[in-house]
Write a new protein. Structure first.
Length: 329
């Protein structure tokens, strides 16, 4: 059966240490690109395709933004978000839908409860129920629906890989990554997800996050607008306590987490990382990416140390911190 790289093609990226004992090890692969796009470092297999999962959201958002939908500021940020369903996030999603008087039932993502604990508890106390707008991909889906309206594409079946919208998304992915996907599947939110290499993913994300606002090409102007929106509205792309929001706010990087241990990150100078933790755990992906950027000279190690507590990487023994999740690359 076709699949991603194997255990033997991986390297250790992080460990979980408890009271001085290595309890677990996370293996995977990673690639680091210089600001000029050259491979500075390749760990493990970076050529075998992976499913980037939500790390495809920047490509999907740019596809929408170049299909006749104007998204700026918070609206652009929520379109590329894996949000935690706070009231502020839901308000942004509903604002997008209200542009074209679209009902929440038009969303093709599944119903969910808020990922944010406070928002989830408030929903329960109020007697509320799971809704599509609370799903962490609802911003992306709302933006996709707007692209359908703008182009008179059918709303019905907008998640089908053969739908004009999804063909547009695929074209944007191929343009930025320089790769034709090796496989297409259905992501957890119902949208198509395309398998590309970590090297291709890193190239594509770097082109998006280093695009010039004054480019003569709309594709790059919209990519620049998206990148600016993420950096200026980090709260919208994740939420309180979420690793993407913390990394963007505290360190000025562009960060996008994907399910199953995938992460992309670009430093302010353009140095870019793409990685996958093979066992699918995302608990170490942010700190791995940050340490790789620091080792490339793009971020100060001490600045990472200052935000590590916020990333909630501690291993607890009762009420005491007895260890941590730490990168070992």
């Amino acid at each position: 059966m076709a699949g991603t790289f194997s255990v033997t093609d991986s390297v250790e990226l992080a460990v979980v240490e408890r009271s001085g004992f290595i309890e677990s090890r996370h293996a995977g692969s990673a690639v680091v690109l210089s600001p000029e796009g050259e491979v500075l470092r390749a760990l493990g297999d970076t050529t075998t395709p992976i499913f980037p999962r939500s790390c495809l959201k920047p490509f999907q958002a740019v596809a929408v933004m170049t299909s006749g939908v104007s998204l700026r500021g918070e609206d652009a940020a929520i379109a590329t978000a894996s949000h935690s369903g706070t009231a502020a996030h839901v308000a942004l999603v509903r604002r997008l839908l209200e542009r074209e008087s679209l009902p929440e039932s038009a969303l093709g993502c599944p119903a969910a409860s808020p990922g944010d604990q406070v928002a989830r508890e408030q929903l329960i106390r109020s007697g509320g129920r799971r809704e599509r707008v609370y799903m962490n991909c609802s911003g992306k889906h709302s933006a996709m629906l707007l692209a359908c309206v703008a182009n008179e594409w059918p709303l019905e079946g907008y998640l089908d890989p053969e739908h004009p919208l999804q063909k547009r998304v695929l074209d944007v992915i191929e343009r930025f990554t320089g790769e034709r996907p090796a496989a297409t599947a259905i992501d957890g939110c119902g949208a198509p997800v395309h398998a590309i290499s970590l090297g291709g993913l890193a190239r594509g994300i770097q082109k998006i996050t280093t695009a010039a606002a004054g480019s003569p090409f709309a594709l790059y102007r919209e990519a620049a607008a998206l990148t600016q929106a993420v950096r200026e509205h980090a709260w919208a792309v994740g939420g309180p306590g979420q690793p993407d929001t913390i990394a963007v706010e505290r360190l000025g990087v562009f960060a996008k987490v994907g399910a199953e241990g995938v992460m992309v990150m670009t430093a302010p100078d353009g140095t870019t990382v793409a990685l996958k933790v093979l066992d699918g755990s995302s608990r170490a992906s942010t700190i791995i990416a940050l340490r790789l950027l620091a080792q490339a000279g793009a971020i100060d190690d001490q600045a990472i140390d200052a935000v590590q507590t916020e990333l909630d990487l501690w291993v607890m023994g009762g009420d005491r911190r007895v260890g941590s999740v730490r990168a070992t690359i």
